[in-house]
Write a protein that binds this ligand. Structure first.
Ligand SMILES: [Zn+2]
Length: 87
């Protein structure tokens, strides 16, 4: 099973039965989302037989396992971790 997180095109191999959590944060202050197919949709998930593609509409993504352990992240533009919402 392959998980791809777009638009970063980061691919991860998932073990059978492994579940992971993808979090993204909205770039806008009111927490709205541009959406892909519908408005206010933070994710678009494209599920095929042996792969999953997650399109995140936020500025960042944080990938972790079910226990909360971080697997990977693309968080250099994360509006939450940057710490200063004025920027
Ligand atoms: Zn973030």
């Amino acid at each position: 099973m392959e998980l791809t997180v777009e638009p970063w095109a980061d691919a991860y191999q998932l073990l059978p039965g492994q579940t992971c959590v993808v979090v993204t944060h909205s770039p806008t202050e009111d927490g709205s989302w541009s959406g892909t197919l519908r408005r206010d949709e933070p994710f678009q998930v494209d599920h095929r037989r042996d792969s999953v593609t997650v399109w995140a509409n936020g500025n960042c993504f944080h990938l972790s396992d079910m226990a909360g352990g971080a697997i990977d992240a693309a968080d250099w533009e994360c509006p939450v971790q940057s710490g200063d919402p004025e920027k």
